[in-house]
Design a protein around this ligand. Structure first.
Ligand SMILES: CCC[C@H](O)CC(=O)SCCNC(=O)CCNC(=O)[C@H](O)C(C)(C)COP(=O)([O-])OP(=O)([O-])OC[C@H]1O[C@@H](n2cnc3c(N)ncnc32)[C@H](O)[C@@H]1OP(=O)([O-])[O-]
Length: 721
């Protein structure tokens, strides 16, 4: 909706009213066309101000309308914005809150822009698989120059009003009432010539070596895009602005948008946008939900154990403004951690331009120091015995009602909870390394966990700038549980004839930030080895005969164990699945040693190497992971496919433009995933993770509904279990 009034005698005030973010739905576009027409034809009106209600200018086109073309009725944006720019009365945009995407494009069609000092602006279309196609890709470079426009349009980043002023994107910044300031401004420019204010008439400011600039940017974008097509189209659109007259540039913008709009990538990225918001509305099997469970504020928190994870968590907490007690009992680690945390905080402050959060941390070598905190995050070594001891001590030391959280990545949260006097006040907070940078937080509740605690931790995650996903307790939770069958398939493929680089290349071409073996080298092969040893799976020398590759009746690959026996722990030892210049180096190079190691291994086990295609790598690794995802849903560990997809996009390097594993399965076609799993399961009867799970079969039998309809089928499957 759009409201119109006349203020200060001669200013037509148009207010966009469409909660939650005044998005440009059809009804709003109608309203703008009508009210602009009204203002321009009213002789009493000498100038116009456009603003948005509830302290928000406009969040852009209505993304929900993109889901079906049928929804996209009503006046199109481009002519609407052109008619504003062509108006013979000055039109001023009063930007409060934010102007994003189509919202900023609307403001760029106005003759002047005044922003509140706390407002942000940006063209985030690229994050939705699109480009600013209501003239944004053509007007922005004309206004602020090609390099700055490229930076904003290809990254989609939101900038502050101060930066926008510096770039010349806005004309004035107001500290108080922006609409009042804009009305005053509109009065002052009434009657003035608008020839120099219509951005579409501008030439792009000249750039020396323009070809070299575009080549350079295109190369960078191709590397970082990992297969996403929108960033490349954004560069092409800006290039059109720099080299073509405005009308031809607009034609190019339209053509590029048409390709993007119907692409699967745009659908996947828009799905991710909404999925990220869906996971915030968490629920537990008990029926407790985000909107009925209230948390309480946390003022003081503690971190136990200052290894890599503990340091990152301490920094992340301090950066939210909380008081943090950081505890490490080992003298050497204690001294190193203090220094490291302070460096990390300094770097963070430099990056964000925000003040240092040093003063908020107190360090201690005694657990007694946490007696008065509201919440503790345990981040000691991944060892059940050690963690149990810490939880017993915490339960004795902390004041009643203290929330106790564990940063375990796989261990049983309920078992830890049972070590305390108040097991309902224990949950998992599974951070990802480096914890102050990585966005994902898995919040792991057990059957006894109190909804209040889940609410507290989800809220705390939000404050820390994390995307928090609430999941149930099981081995590996959601992320690591699904990763296991994916990794296992990668090992089996090595045995069957692949190399680490063949598998990694297929996964990286798919869009993963790193292939399975590079990730393994980065995180250290010894971590999994230790766990497998504790589980009694490791046989020295890899074992011999038939039993060497079978454990508990299921196929097992001892390759990782053999690598560890050779001291090849990955980057930290300079040798792993790849070789490195020196220990700690990150530049992975294929290792000829690996070739003979695999040949010898295959010969010992009577395996004949065969040619493995990229398609087989993707199908076996990804479909095994997806199949486990269906089991996770069937078991009620994740509330819905969105939870799984967001965990993978934010924590495991899954390419966002493919929407997450469960969305991807839907894009491929559930019947195809089922058929391929059946095929591979038949060929490998000793790999139960390839046996299609019943939820997948049920979904296919129900006609493969879209992801947002899966919950109904899941409910039926669970009720039959
Ligand atoms: C031809 C076209 C060309 C054009 O260039 C294309 C575009 O403009 S593409 C668009 C380019 N624009 C963008 O990419 C901006 C996308 N939006 C954002 O980045 C953030 O929402 C914003 C920064 C605005 C506010 O952040 P915040 O304060 O943390 O709030 P929040 O994020 O939690 O959202 C609150 C609620 O609003 C909902 N919703 C939000 N935006 C839209 C929308 N455009 N539409 C529909 N709905 C939208 C959102 O789903 C949520 O609903 P719910 O039911 O409560 O879950």
């Amino acid at each position: 909706m759009t409201q119109y009034s006349r203020v200060s005698g001669s200013v037509g005030l148009i207010t966009l009213k469409n909660p939650p973010v005044n998005q440009l739905s059809a009804v709003v576009r109608h309203g703008i066309v009508d009210t602009v027409q009204k203002a321009l034809s009213d002789p009493k009106v000498k100038s116009v101000v456009i603003c948005g209600q509830n302290g928000m200018f406009c969040g852009g086109a209505d993304i929900k309308e993109f889901q079906t073309l049928a929804n996209m009725r009503g006046p199109p944006l481009i002519p609407m914005i052109h008619s504003i720019e062509a108006a013979d009365k000055p039109v001023v945009a009063a930007i409060e809150g934010g102007a994003f995407g189509g919202g900023l494009e609307l403001a760029l069609g106005c003759h002047y822009r005044i922003a509140h000092s706390k407002a942000k602006v940006g063209l985030p279309e690229v994050t939705l698989g699109l480009l600013p196609a209501a003239g944004g890709s053509q007007r922005l470079p004309r206004l602020i120059g090609v390099p700055a426009a490229l930076s904003l349009i290809t990254t989609g980043r939101h900038i502050t009003a101060a930066e926008a002023l510096q770039l010349g994107l806005v004309d004035q910044v107001a500290d108080h009432n922006t609409v009042d300031a804009a009305v005053k401004f509109a009065l002052s420019v009434a009657g003035q010539s608008l020839d120099a204010r219509r951005i579409s008439n501008f030439q792009c400011p000249p750039v020396p070596n323009m070809d070299a600039l575009f080549e350079d940017v295109m190369q960078k974008v191709r590397t970082t895009a990992r297969g996403a097509i929108a960033p490349i189209a954004c560069v092409q659109a800006v290039r059109a602005a720099a080299t073509l007259p405005y009308t031809q540039g607009m034609q190019r913008e339209k053509e590029l948008m048409a390709t993007l709009f119907t692409s699967g990538q745009a659908r996947a990225l828009q799905y991710c946008f909404f999925a990220q918001r869906v996971v915030g509305r968490w629920s537990m099997p008990s029926g407790a939900r985000w909107d009925t469970s209230k948390g309480r504020p946390i003022h003081k928190a503690a971190v136990i154990g200052l290894g890599t994870m503990g340091r990152g968590i301490t920094v992340a907490l301090a950066q939210t403004g909380l008081s943090v007690v950081a505890v490490e009992t080992q003298e050497k680690q204690f001294m190193e951690a203090k220094k490291a945390v302070s460096n990390m905080l300094e770097r963070g402050a430099k990056r964000s331009g925000k003040p240092l959060a040093h003063g908020k941390i107190t360090y201690s070598q005694s657990l007694q120091a946490v007696a008065d905190v509201d919440l503790v995050i345990e981040a000691v070594f991944e060892d059940m015995g050690l963690k149990k001891k810490v939880f017993q001590q915490l339960s004795a030391v902390c004041k009643p009602g203290t929330f106790l959280c564990t940063n375990t990545s796989t261990l049983d949260v309920d078992e830890l909870a049972s070590q305390t006097h108040q097991p309902e006040l224990v949950v998992g907070m599974h951070f990802f390394a480096p914890a102050h940078i990585m966005k994902l937080l898995e919040v792991v509740y057990g059957p006894r966990s109190s909804p209040e605690l889940v609410a507290v931790v989800m809220e705390l995650g939000k404050k820390m700038g994390k995307v928090s996903v609430a999941v149930g307790n099981c081995r590996g939770f959601v992320g690591n549980r699904m990763l296991k069958p994916y990794r296992d398939q990668a090992y089996f493929l090595l045995e069957e004839g692949a190399t680490p680089q063949l598998i990694d290349q297929a996964l990286e071409e798919f869009g993963f930030a790193m292939g399975a073996f590079k990730v393994s080298d980065l995180s250290g092969l010894d971590v999994g080895w230790k766990v497998r040893k504790e589980e009694g799976l490791v046989q020295p020398g890899g074992g011999s005969g038939k039993s060497a590759r079978i454990r508990n009746g299921v196929r097992y690959s001892p390759l990782g164990d053999l690598m560890c026996e050779q001291g090849r722990f990955g980057q930290k030892t300079g040798r792993g699945w790849y070789q490195y210049d020196k220990p700690g180096s990150r530049d992975a190079r294929p290792d000829p040693w690996m070739h003979s190691f695999l040949e010898e291994y295959r010969a010992r086990h009577g395996l004949v190497a065969r040619r493995i295609s990229n398609q087989e790598v993707l199908e076996r690794c990804l479909y095994a992971m997806i199949n486990e995802g269906f089991r996770v849903l069937e078991d009620g560990i994740a509330a819905g496919p969105e939870d799984i997809d967001i965990i993978y996009v934010f924590g495991y390097g899954w390419p966002r433009h493919r929407g997450g594993p469960m969305f991807y399965a839907n894009m491929v076609g559930l019947e195809i995933v089922l058929e391929r799993l059946e095929h591979y399961a038949q060929a490998n009867p000793d790999m139960p993770t390839l046996q299609p799970c019943s939820l997948l079969r049920k979904l296919v039998a129900s006609g493969s509904p879209p992801v947002n309809k899966w919950k109904e089928v899941i409910k039926n499957v669970r009720s039959q279990l």
